[in-house]
Design a protein around this ligand. Structure first.
Ligand SMILES: NC(=O)c1ccc[n+]([C@@H]2O[C@H](COP(=O)([O-])OP(=O)(O)OC[C@H]3O[C@@H](n4cnc5c(N)ncnc54)[C@H](OP(=O)(O)O)[C@@H]3O)[C@@H](O)[C@H]2O)c1
Length: 447
């Protein structure tokens, strides 16, 4: 994505933004820079889908004269109304209290800041703009804001000894989008992983580019709930379809015609998995999150070792539950490599925990989930150093269709189970360097 950056003013030389945006070039962004406002023109701006605005109202750091004329204000409003995006960061909100048209476009302006102090950035949990970002505290100028637009969607606050302020908001203007992020005087803030994620999310949102996820086994049960829940949170979802005759995904497609893409998928077949990866690669430049959800149980679960064993059936479970996710990771890795998010999620089960096992049978299912856990550990060892993050998850006892028909005896409706799972899958964790089997209540299970 090509982004035009307007930077450099008396108090904020462009250097912090240049250093702060440099890592994002590896995530598919190309930044072109205007530091002297004399180089700006409406025509030049029109060539970009998004402007990142980090420039107070000076021509440049060395020329403090004001540059935001009424004509420039009008050009920005026209630019956004035509369907483009404006991301304003920190100093971009300063110096425009007296330019009412540009101020209205932003939805509010900077008023003042106390001397630098520890500022806690608190992204709102569950908001599409904050996906993957966690709270953090760093020294910064704590921007006190005048928020004019009562309809602005505040997704983040900033807090310090001087109080709590809106730290991030979005608004719509015509066909376009405006996003504000008020932290960022110091390059350390820009380079914080959560702020990088916020910038990444905000640029994509401004360009109406959504985060992307692929969910396997999405026809029904938990997989369908995950697809539905992610769509509702603004994701673009590729849904692996194993049962074309089952109507739920087709119905959901009517609700989300652009953001839901249905892809045939049998995780037991290398050809099918590779074809799915190719079909998705033809539609998007990268994938953010892969959820390996598809799984099967079996009517042979009750067979103890005193019953005749059905080894073919055990092979089937192993092929789908253990090898299926490995096939999918292998095929989708190139697409995930090109993204920034790099999140690999695996729906395992408490049944895979050897230490806590009290079952006396269920060989195929339990062994297949334990084998899955081992596969994930080895993937973690290899891919974590490349920036991948992992979730191994027990979803609880879900009223799904594992027995062939809906199990109404169980605890959780699939939609509720998905509502538990989604924040665990998408939110950042403090300890990404440790792999853990976590259940829907956030409890950790022993392997
Ligand atoms: N339900 C629970 O209480 C529970 C507890 C712990 C863990 N889990 C795990 O949660 C995950 C989701 O299961 P669920 O409870 O939502 O069951 P579900 O309702 O049966 O959903 C699983 C989906 O995966 C599909 N699938 C089966 N074989 C496939 C294949 N080869 N390729 C692609 N998709 C395939 C299933 O189709 P078919 O219906 O045709 O098989 C079904 O649509 C599974 O990994 C399961 O092991 C479930």
């Amino acid at each position: 994505m090509r982004v035009l950056v307007l930077a450099d003013d008396r108090w904020h030389p462009a250097q912090a933004a240049r250093e702060g945006l440099a890592p994002l070039t590896e995530q598919g962004f190309t930044f072109d820079w205007i530091e002297n406002a004399a180089e700006w023109s409406a025509e030049r701006m029109a060539a970009y889908p998004v402007v990142l605005f980090v420039k107070s109202n000076n021509v440049s750091a060395s020329d403090e004269s004001l540059w935001m004329t009424e004509e420039v204000e009008a050009a920005f409003v026209n630019y956004v109304r035509r369907g483009n995006g404006l991301l304003v960061v920190h100093s971009g909100a300063a110096g425009y209290a007296q330019t009412p048209v540009f101020r209205a476009l932003m939805g509010g302006v900077f008023v003042s800041h106390p001397p630098q102090c520890p500022v806690t950035v608190e992204p709102q949990v569950g908001h599409p703009l904050t996906v993957g970002a966690s709270p953090f505290t760093l020294p910064d100028e704590h921007y006190m804001m005048a928020l004019d637009d009562a309809d602005a969607d505040i997704f983040m606050t900033t807090a310090s000894q001087h109080g709590v302020q809106p730290g991030g908001w979005t608004r719509f203007e015509g066909a376009g989008r405006v996003c504000m992020l008020t932290p960022g005087h110091n390059v350390e803030v820009w380079l914080h992983p959560s702020f990088q994620t916020l910038l990444d999310n905000a640029l994509r949102w401004c360009a109406a580019a959504k985060r992307t996820a692929f969910v396997t086994g999405a026809d029904r049960g938990l997989g369908f709930g995950l697809a539905f829940g992610l769509l509702a949170q603004g994701w673009r979802v590729f849904a692996g379809q194993y049962m074309p005759e089952w109507p739920e995904l087709a119905d959901l497609k009517e609700q989300y015609p652009n953001d839901l893409r249905i892809v045939p998928l049998d995780v037991a077949s290398v050809e099918s998995v590779q074809a799915a990866a190719q079909a998705i690669a033809a539609q998007i430049p990268h994938l953010d999150m892969l959820i390996n959800n598809a799984g099967v149980s079996t009517h042979t679960n009750p067979y103890t070792i005193r019953d005749p064993q059905d080894y073919a059936e055990m092979h089937r479970l192993f092929d789908i539950n253990s090898l299926g996710p490995l096939r999918v990771v292998e095929a989708f890795l190139p697409l995930l490599d090109r993204g920034t998010f790099k999140r690999l999620c695996f729906v395992s089960s408490e049944a895979g925990s050897i230490e806590r096992s009290q079952r006396t049978a269920w060989f195929g299912y339990c062994m297949s989930k334990a084998a899955l856990n081992m596969a994930v550990k080895n993937l973690f060892n290899f891919l974590r150093p490349e920036g991948y993050t992992f979730r191994v998850y027990h979803p609880g006892w879900v009223r799904s269709y594992m027995s062939g028909q809906k199990n109404n005896e169980a605890d959780l409706e699939p939609d509720d189970a998905a509502a538990y799972a989604i924040p665990i899958f998408v939110n950042a964790r403090e300890d990404e360097d440790r792999l853990a089997l976590v259940d829907y209540q956030g409890n950790e299970w022993p392997w």
